[in-house]
Design a protein around this ligand. Sequence first.
Ligand code: FE2
Length: 476
Amino acid sequence: MSSSDPILGPILFLDDIRDGKMHLAALLIAPMGQKVPPVIVGDAPAEMVKLAEPAGKSIHRARFSVSLDQPSFYHWNGTDYALAGVPDGAGRLAFVSCNGEEHGDLDRDATERNAMWARLAAEHDEHPFSLILHGGDQVYADEATRGHPLSEDWPDRLPRDPSRADLASLRDHLRERFAERYITLYQAPEFAYIAARVPALMQWDDHDICDGWGSLQRSRTYSPVGQTLFEIAREAALLFQHGTVEGDLPARFRDPAGLHLGWSVSAPGLRILGPDLRSERTRREVMGKGGWQMMEDETRAASPGRTLVLSSVPLLGPRLSLLELLMVLTPRMQKYEDDLRDQWQSRAHRDSWLHMLELMARIADRADQQVTVLSGEIHLATRGEMSLPSGDTLHQLVASGISHRAPPKAWAKVLGALAMLGDSPLKGHSIRMARIPGQTQRYIAERNYLVLERKGEDWSAEWDFEAAGRSPALSL
Ligand SMILES: [Fe+2]
């Protein structure tokens, strides 16, 4: 970006819903030293602050509020941007995940890479979205560790006792690399179009930090290099995924100190929960005390209508524990064992998994409440069902990825076969991996996104597949 480059943005985030209003943050990324025009709401400029100056850019944020349930607009730099709002008993939500790839993501052909974003943008023009939910891997930061002597061989080989000066240099290196990645992604016109018009809610997964974060050996996670990597990934996520900085978390976050980045927002008839499955994750625990406390509190509170739970890794899936056992017994398969540790279905997380499923059951226990889980992560589309003690069906909808290319179709078939082995973590309630309407396979190896539509109290879901096109609606 040179000083004559355009300013990137606005990128909208939903800070909170309160007092019948959507409280929004608009991020603007300018070449250093360039004046940033104000965001105008009504007749007044919104208050703007400079948040950070990474990678030669200055990053500004304006906070403002608009009506929750009525269409509205804001104005920036000569353009009026329409917002659909979240109307009571109506509206559409988009869900996406996995916006990138592990290797060479920044060098991909942009038209190919962003094809599904273009489709989402075109759909928004026809039928506007109220919100867009990003369910994890908003960025693939895996290559950020390259090019610095301390992290070059992360996570395989690490310096034992790096000096403070070397760690400071690593911090600078990572800060630049993370910023470059986010900025490259966010300046894609297909992404930018949606980002300026549909407020986003994001929850991170491992690649927003590094592959497998939280499931790696303690000697990696708790090393000085590992901790520095987490610190900078978190700083970048606060900035680029939440439009904020340390000490200034919007009200939707449950822990103002941000030890975990779990959040919740509620509108009439709709609650969206975004538990953070990464910040407190260890090889034994999926969340820590704070993360679980948030879920306990939320599931005890009354919230009539639909609760959508973002679980970055799928909560309902095939029985993976057998596969995992085989891998533990085969030393060459260690890397894959780490991958399986990332799943709720891992043997190591059986208690956590059960706990989360019980929390889902508790939400559905109230007659006027329903719950649906949204996930990404697997680069395939699928869905699962589990009956709950209340008699409700827990639907798990998986959409992944929006730009990550699908694995070979053969892998989708292997998973499909594995899915025949049902699992019943909650006694008497078996998990069933099911077919998306219009599909013959359980796992679909195509890029895709998900659209949720609300009509009165009824909700339905449709997948948009890159090749197969639109699925018929699944009523939830
Ligand atoms: Fe992913």
